[in-house]
Ligand binder design. Sequence first.
Ligand code: NAD
Length: 481
Amino acid sequence: MNKLWNFINGEFVPPQSEKYLESFNPATGKPHLLVSDSDERDVALAVDSAKTAFTDWSRTKAEERAKFLYRIADLIDERKVKLAEAESADQGKPVWLASQMDISRASHNFRFFAGTILHSHDRATRMDQTAFNYTSRKPLGVAGLISPWNLPLYLLTWKIAPAIAFGNTAVAKPSEFTSHTAYLLCEIFQEAELPNGVVNMIFGTGPRAGQALVTHPDVPLISFTGGTTTGRAIATAAAPMFKKLSLELGGKNPNIIFDDADLEEAVRMSIRSSFLNQGEICLCGSRLYVQRGIYNEFVEKFVAQAKALKVGDPREKDTFLGPLVSKDHLEKVESFLKHARDEGIQILAGGNLPKLSAELANGYFLEPTVFAGVKHVSRIQQEEIFGPVVSITPFDTDEEAIEMANGVTYGLSATVWTKSLQRAHTVAEELHAGTVWVNTWLMRDLRLPFGGVKASGLGREGQEESFEFFTEAKTICIKHG
Ligand code: NAD
């Protein structure tokens, strides 16, 4: 079986412990890769390498850095098929989706920040006729970047690209469940001749490799995307060290469908926002609120379309849902199904493990599942399930929908379906979430802030926000009058 070694100072090196973690193909349930089980010794080597590389990289001209980023983006595009197949075999999403979403966005991330550094500028002010001020921004040093398993290359590159574009060097740690595309990205760094040590990749678990990165004294900033519980542990460890922190955490996002919505489009897109990537996108809408006048019609259409989705082999073009990422995660999602049955919640669709071919019989597949009649206080309605499981609830007034939508600890995103411009504005303003989509879902202009409120996170990612996060500002005041 292939061993994924760490990438330190431009070379692939075995973990100090000489231990490996088995990584499973979720479609077959069989191990397919061995991932370095790194610890604080590997992290220390990677940080040293990044620290050394910082001296030259932070002084490299923006145009030169941009050239490397463009080259990396081109190489990602050239390897699209291989990367998409690797991502699918590691994470479970269909190959077509990995190609369309993850890999395309990964190359775009590098291009986006390559362009950004060619056009960014600092601020300057004048104080009457007496003084002139300007801000000078500098990279911070070694960035610690920790990413989850659900959009492996997409989210990892959304951290690496701005970190190095703005002149930092990086030590990245992808999820131990989905390390393959991160490894292939390191091969691309070598081919792009990115200077040694600018990006280092450490593979391994959160408590060992991740924790060592978070607490390393020479890593002044941590950008983390993952679960809220992990985010809390990272904040607890990093805050006393006064590290700069960005936390992109979990969600329990509402979809509000008003009776004046384009029903066909609302159903079609709600199917996507519920079940794309097996519901394992932090932005998936898992609580559907449908106005009573169209509730029955919506439910009928939505359930019929959910039942028609193909669950199966991620290599096949017409597969919509592949397996969940891991056996543990499938068991976690199933525990919510059991809870629903115990609570007497109505299951309108799914709820079972599908029967598939012998090759996929041990994969972690689950049917798209739709609940109705869930009480607002139920765990099903309050906790992030992070699988192909949604609830549908009727509502009467706008105020009632807003109250239910806001009535959870999370606040990552929300979706509103209405043809009324006035209602769209009013409701969007009232929803307590980092992003509100109206009559669409998952459209993202990378120039604007992205992030969550409440338990969904701290900090924002976006063009200006990432510039601020990955640099530190100094104001220089020159008195001249
Ligand atoms: P997770 O929190 O279990 O793991 C995320 C990463 O953190 C992994 O690399 C893991 O190894 C590492 N980690 C775990 N414990 C750590 C510790 N103590 N110190 C340092 N690192 C540690 O999350 P996951 O299960 O991989 O991903 C799913 C979660 O991510 C969901 O909650 C989802 O909503 C969230 N997510 C959020 C966004 C967003 O933009 N807000 C995007 C994608 C996923």
